[in-house]
Design a protein around this ligand. Structure first.
Ligand code: NAD
Ligand code: ZN
Ligand code: ZN
Length: 344
């Protein structure tokens, strides 16, 4: 067999096209993987629409939560072998040599390659991974459920670290979608007390099931920040914003207690106003957080392998990808969609 089935973005306007294309040959440090499952991240939708300033080269195959089996390797590969279960990730590779790579900040490397963006991803039967960066999937885990850990999981796990909160502190998770419902679980596992915000009661119910103590519907509650300040006796110590709506960002900042930190993770292509006086006088920190390093990934996968993280997912077919994107836009997906590529 020399061709593989993929869903490809041909333009930033038209639907994705399911087609057969040649199977790539792995380079010296690369491995070819038969993909079995792939999560669908809201980033894939931003990518397919060309939402962000740096756009992916057309055509491209999205997907950075793929899981499968190594079927061949390049001649320099030592870390992986045929038969291993591995994944791809947004941080597909980095240079390994710059000041960021040398200091534990490979996620900021300007030479990084991004899975399903600058290199083809996991919306297909086969994908290439860089053997030095591909996450190795722990033994005996549910392969459908582990995909969402590879982006949503590591991103919120690292983002929670970046809130600088401590066990017992309140942390606000804004947006209980693919990322947010997993963030609630990591936060609880890390001993934080969780406030969840969404605009949909079904998603807030999911947050409660995963241990959120306070839930607020931003669509129906008039003053979200005042409500949270009252319910947490002064505001949250940290906040993680995963919502794909610019309105959620100033709400999270306004919900912080003095000295609090908000980690911005959601990427709506918009701006938000930051009140200078409050930020200065209350000593607030507002910072961005982008996925996680290979070490963060190993830690995030370890929480999952120990049964502490249970993504909610629905299994769908590759041919449904355009419907799935429409449902993501409408906010109609609870948890994550996982594509089943085993029968393709
Ligand atoms: P998703 O569509 O599954 O979830 C978004 C959630 O936001 C939904 O539950 C929706 O109801 C909720 N929401 C919408 N408006 C809201 C509002 N005003 N207040 C609160 N909640 C609101 O998306 P996802 O896959 O979880 O991704 C979320 C965002 O994170 C995307 O922009 C994605 O590109 C970004 N992302 C960033 C990183 C990173 O490393 N920084 C990694 C992965 C994804
Ligand atoms: Zn993602
Ligand atoms: Zn680098």
């Amino acid at each position: 067999m020399t061709t593989m089935k993929v869903a490809r973005v041909q333009s930033f306007i038209d639907p994705l096209v399911c087609e057969d294309v040649p199977i790539p040959v792995p380079g010296p440090f690369e491995a070819l993987v038969r993909v079995e499952y792939s999560g669908v991240c809201h980033t894939d939708l931003h990518a397919a629409r060309g939402d962000w300033p740096v756009k992916p080269p057309l055509p491209f195959v999205p997907g950075h939560e793929g899981v499968g089996t190594v079927i061949s390797t390049g001649d320099q590969v030592t870390r992986l072998a045929v038969g291993d279960t591995v994944g791809n990730a947004w941080l597909w590779s980095a240079c390994g040599e710059c000041e960021y790579c040398q200091t534990g900040w490979e996620t900021l490397c300007s030479e990084q390659v991004n899975g399903g963006y600058s290199v083809d991803g996991s919306f297909g039967t086969h994908m290439l991974v860089d053997s030095r960066y591909a996450p190795i999937i722990p033994a005996d885990v549910d392969l459908k459920a582990v995909g969402p850990v590879l982006c949503a999981g590591v991103t919120v796990y690292k983002g929670l670290k970046m809130t600088d909160t401590q066990p017992g502190d309140w942390v606000l998770i804004s947006g209980i979608g693919g990322l947010g419902h997993i963030a609630v679980q990591y936060a609880v596992a890390m001993g934080r007390r969780v406030v969840a915000i969404d605009v949909d009661d079904a998603k807030l119910d999911l947050a409660k099931r995963h241990g959120a103590e306070v839930t607020v519907n931003a669509f129906t509650v008039a003053d979200v920040a005042t409500e949270i300040t009252q319910q947490t006796n002064g505001g949250v110590h940290g906040a993680l914003v995963t919502a794909v709506n610019a309105l959620a960002f100033p709400q999270a900042v306004a919900s912080l207690r003095r000295g609090g930190t908000v980690a911005l993770v959601g990427l709506p292509p918009e701006q938000f106003p930051l009140d200078i006086f409050t930020t200065v006088l209350f000593g607030l920190t507002v910072r961005g957080s982008i996925v996680g390093t290979r070490k963060d990934m190993t830690e995030a996968l370890d929480f999952f392998a120990r049964g502490l993280i249970q993504p909610t997912y629905t299994v769908r077919k590759l041919s449904e990808i355009n419907d799935i994107f429409a449902e993501l836009v409408a906010g109609d997906i609870t948890g994550r969609v996982v594509l089943d590529l085993t029968d393709e």
